[in-house]
Design a protein around this ligand. Structure first.
Ligand code: GDP
Ligand code: IMO
Ligand code: MG
Length: 422
C-alpha cells in the first residue's frame, strides 16, 4: 500500500475514520500526527459503532500498531477514558498503542480558557469544540506547555504544574471564570499518567525502526484542509496543521518517506462551527438532517451542509498534493434530482478559481455552479463501481476530475463492506 497520508479535503468529518479503518487492513502502523480530542472519527465494525477521538481508528484491527505522535495534544484523563471504552468493547489495547513523550498535554485550564474566550467573543465566536485545543497549542508555541514526558516524572510535573496553574488562574480570573485547583488536577493527571506509562515512548525511533523493517505507515489526518491553521479559513480554523505537511512534523517521519496522499471528501460539503461556507444550502441541510445524518461525532451539533465545492477541493489538492481521491457519503445524494457542484466563485465582478485567504472575502464569494443529473436510485447496496447507476459513476468521476486526483475509493454507507475500491 506504500506509506500514505490520509487527509480531509474539506472542513472535517469527511468520513476519514471509516476510510482509515478500511485501509488499515493493508497497513502495519496507523499514525495520528496532529489535533486532539476535538476529532470524532466514526467507525462501524461488525454491528458495533465506535467513535474515536484520540486513539487512531486502526485500533479496531488486531495486530496493527497505533501511534499518537508528537504533534498531537492530548488530555491524559480523556485518553484513559477512551482506552477503557475501547477495552469494554473487547478490543485489545496494549503493545499496539504508543504515545509520544513529546505530545503536549491539554489541561483543565486550557478547556476553561477555550470556553471563556468563546464567551468573550460573543457573536464572533469560532464555535470550537471546547476541548481546550487552541490554548494547548498556544502554550506549546509559547514554550510554556507540559508534555507527556513531564507527566512521566511526577515530581517535575507537579512543580511545573503549580507554576502553570498560578499563571492561568490569574488569566481565568480576568475572564471572570472559575480558577482550577492544583491539588485536584495534580492528582487526576498523575493517576492518568500512571495508567498511560506503558504506552509512552520515543515514537520517532519506533517509526524509524518500522520504516527500516519495511512496514507500511498510514497517517490518520484529523479535521480537514480548511480547518488548517495556515491554509484554512483563519481564524475559523483549528490550531494545528491538518494538511499533509503536518504528518511529517507531527510524527518525525521525513517527507521523502511518504509515497502517496489520499484526499477524503464527502460527495457534498459539511462544516461544524462558525466561519464562511460558500456552498451552504438549507435544502441539503434539511434533507440530510431529516435522514438523521450530519450530527457531530464529538459535540452532537447539527453540521451545516451544502453542495460539493470543487474550488475548495482543488485547492486542497494544491496544498496536500492529493494523488488519490476517496468520495464518501455518495448515498446521501440518492434522492436528489439535480445536483449542483461549485466550479468557481464570483467575487464582485471577477470570477476566481481559488478560495481567497481572507475569510471576509470568502464569505462574500458567490458560488458558480454546474448542474449534474441525479440518479434517484439507492446506491448503498453497490459493491463494485459498475453496480452504481451511470449518473452516480459520472458524478464521482467528475468530482475527482475537478479535484485533480484519481478516483480511488467510493463509499456508499458507513459499513466496511460499503466501500468500492477502483
Ligand atoms: P471523520 O471525522 O472524517 O472520521 O468523519 P465523522 O465520523 O465525524 O463523520 C462521518 C459520518 O459519515 C459518520 O457518521 C460515518 O459513519 C458516516 N459515513 C462515512 N462514510 C459514509 C458513507 O459513505 N455513507 C454513509 N451513509 N455514511 C458514511
Ligand atoms: P474530525 O477529525 C469537524 C472545528 C470546530 C470549530 C473549529 C475549531 O472529526 O474531522 P477546535 O475545538 O479545534 O478549536 O475548533 O474546528 N473542528 C472540527 N470540525 N471535524 C473535526 O474533526 C473538527 N475538529 C475541530 O467545530 O469550528
Ligand atoms: Mg469527525
Amino acid at each position: 500500500m506504500a506509506n500514505t497520508i490520509l487527509v480531509g479535503a474539506q472542513w472535517g468529518d469527511e468520513g476519514k475514520g471509516k476510510i482509515i479503518d478500511f485501509l488499515t487492513e493493508k497497513a502495519d502502523v496507523v499514525v495520528r500526527s496532529q489535533g486532539g480530542n476535538n476529532a470524532g472519527h466514526t467507525v462501524i465494525a461488525g454491528d458495533k459503532k465506535y467513535v474515536l477521538h484520540l486513539i487512531p481508528s486502526g485500533i479496531l484491527r488486531p495486530g496493527k500498531a497505533c501511534v499518537i505522535g508528537n504533534g498531537v495534544v492530548l488530555d491524559p484523563v480523556a485518553v484513559v477514558a477512551e482506552i477503557e471504552g475501547v477495552r469494554a468493547a473487547k478490543i485489545k489495547v496494549g503493545k499496539n498503542l504508543l504515545i509520544s513523550d513529546c505530545a503536549h498535554l491539554v489541561l483543565p485550564y486550557h478547556r476553561l480558557l477555550d470556553e471563556a474566550r468563546e464567551l468573550a467573543k460573543g457573536k464572533g465566536k469560532i464555535g470550537t469544540t471546547k476541548r481546550g485545543i487552541g490554548p494547548a497549542y498556544a502554550d506549546k508555541a509559547s514554550r510554556t506547555g507540559l508534555r507527556m514526558g513531564d507527566l512521566m516524572q511526577p515530581e517535575l510535573f507537579s512543580k511545573k504544574l503549580a507554576l502553570r496553574i498560578k499563571e492561568n488562574n490569574a488569566v481565568l480570573k480576568a475572564f471572570g471564570a472559575k480558577p482550577v485547583s492544583f491539588k485536584k488536577v495534580n492528582e487526576e493527571y498523575l493517576a492518568a499518567g500512571e495508567v498511560l506509562r506503558p504506552f509512552v515512548c520515543n515514537t520517532v525511533v519506533y517509526l524509524h525502526e518500522a520504516l527500516k523493517a519495511g512496514k507500511e505507515l498510514l497517517f490518520e489526518g484529523a479535521q480537514g484542509t480548511f480547518l488548517d491553521i495556515d491554509h484554512g479559513t483563519y481564524p475559523y480554523v483549528t490550531s494545528s496543521n491538518t494538511t499533509a505537511g503536518g504528518a511529517a512534523t507531527g510524527s518525525g517521519v521525513p517527507p521523502h518517506r511518504i509515497d502517496r496522499v489520499l484526499g477524503v471528501m464527502k460527495a457534498y460539503t459539511t462544516r461544524v462551527g462558525e466561519g464562511p461556507f460558500p456552498t451552504e444550502n438549507d435544502q441539503i441541510s434539511d434533507m440530510l438532517h431529516a435522514m438523521g445524518r450530519e450530527f457531530g461525532a464529538t459535540t452532537g451539533r447539527a453540521r451545516r451542509c451544502g453542495w460539493f465545492d470543487a474550488v475548495a477541493t482543488h485547492f486542497a489538492t494544491m496544498v496536500n498534493g492529493i494523488d488519490d481521491v476517496a468520495i464518501t457519503n455518495l448515498d446521501g445524494l440518492d434522492t436528489v434530482d439535480v445536483i449542483k457542484v461549485c466550479v468557481g466563485y464570483k467575487s464582485g465582478r471577477k470570477k476566481i478559481d481559488v478560495p481567497p485567504s481572507d475569510f471576509l472575502q470568502l464569505a462574500e464569494c458567490e458560488p458558480v455552479y454546474i448542474e449534474l443529473p441525479g440518479w434517484l436510485t439507492p446506491t448503498s447496496g453497490a459493491r463494485k463501481f459498475e453496480d452504481l447507476p451511470p449518473n452516480a459513476q459520472a458524478y464521482a468521476l467528475k468530482l475527482a476530475e475537478l479535484t485533480g486526483g484519481r478516483l480511488a475509493i467510493v463509499s456508499v454507507g458507513a459499513h466496511r463492506d460499503q466501500t468500492i475500491l477502483l
